[in-house]
Write a protein that binds this ligand. Sequence first.
Ligand code: NDP
Length: 490
Amino acid sequence: MTTFETQHWPNLIGGKALDGSGSAAERISPGHAQIAARYVSASKADVDAAVAAARREFDTGSWPRMSGAERAAVLRRVASRIEQEVDALALIETVESGKPISQARDEVRGAAGIWHYAAGLAQQTYGDAHNALGEGFLAMVVKEPVGVVGVITPWNFPLLIVSQKLPFALAAGCTTVIKPSDMTPGTTTRLVQILHEEGLPPGAANLVHGGGDVGQWLAEHPGTDMTTFTGSTRVGKSVARAAADSLKKVSLELGGKNPQVVFADADLDAALEKVVFGAYFNQGECCNAGSRLLVHQDVAEEFTQRVVQRTHDVVVGDPLDEATKVGALISEHHLGVVTDYVALGEREGATIATGGQRLDAPVGRYFQPTVLTGVPKAARVAREEIFGPVLSVVTFSDLAEAVEITNATGYGLSAGVWSRDIGTAMSYAQATRAGTVWVNCYMEGFPEVCFGGYGASGIGRELGRTACDEFSEQKSIVVRTGAPLPKWVN
Ligand code: NDP
């Protein structure tokens, strides 16, 4: 049996590593049923202390007052440290989440790339100047850090997702309190440790462990100015309600039911690879999962057969095995949700063309990559996020129907379109209500390109050149340079 060391992860408050005063918790590896991590959850008082430490640093500390160049230097060093620790971080990510080790390494490298990019943005804080306001006036609009930011992240890409938020909040000059998922505490803790080792003032990044209650205390906390959240649409709504009650800024990256749309004139070999990748990458536990295949009726039968065949070839198993493409599901509860969805699909008239079962493994919890064919477009399995290795196949007759089906879920995170006709591909891209549309490719992410969702997939955008704006306020300063002031009262 595979072995690895059990890690003990502290809370990090004002630079001090301490156990929380909440309850003790263990994380059991989904792939190996061994204890991967231990920690003690934060209590409400610990969350108060973490917010107070972030507030002190914001109000009187050095981080918000440093030059962008100084902040950039810290972020750059952190990026390099992540690169140096790829193997160690990937191991933590894999044993806590169940994802394949090769994919975990790519995730860690991707996170490092984002820290490098954010370091560049730290030196690009600038606003506007207005000198055509009439004689005697000059105005400027400056960007300032929004303040103390609560950062709440999910379990599916723990290091990548915190890296879509934290470096940009820090680059903008904010201070932070971070709450990772209780199922994946490790890489986020190691990241904050690295930040402190590389010279971040201790109060600028604080970390509290625990479950949804800890997340809720942070989201509701009157001492924060903003919450940035990635997770389910259900919890995202509750975070937005908490933000409304305490009137703070909020950004939400939520779920998706993303289609890959294959037209009859597409490069079907290329589409095949990416349809299979998009459906099963990270066990389908991916906000960007291409969990719907919309295939044109003229090629539907042949292409779907090829997808089913290729699905058979996907290697499922031990996440620490280099050959594995689909690892273990995050929790027993979640495996039950995925199983129930497949049964629902059958009741709704779909056929299980392959998979559909829990894998018979001596240890760990695995679900077979599954293709549901003949899915009615109104079925719940065609519209709801399953978040497992399940692909729902729906056929369409023309561009208008492909767009109609795409936009009918309420979600709008991402979509892929496959066609050799640029007119078809671009018409689809323009008509689709989604934050990202991939044309003849799928799930290609770059720090330079912004990311976020329409509708139930979220509010706000991460990454890209405006990433720090999410964590900024704009202030207008209007200067009278010499205009006579007329008397208001004679
Ligand atoms: P959840 O919404 O359950 O949890 C997300 C985070 O919120 C976790 O840290 C969780 O803590 C915490 N939390 C739970 N309840 C509350 C609450 N009431 N108030 C504040 N925080 C709370 O999502 P999952 O972790 O299950 O992640 C899966 C979901 O995330 C999927 O729907 C997926 O689509 C979405 N996602 C979206 C992405 C995007 O960028 N659009 C990217 C990745 C995932 P704990 O886990 O400890 O309970």
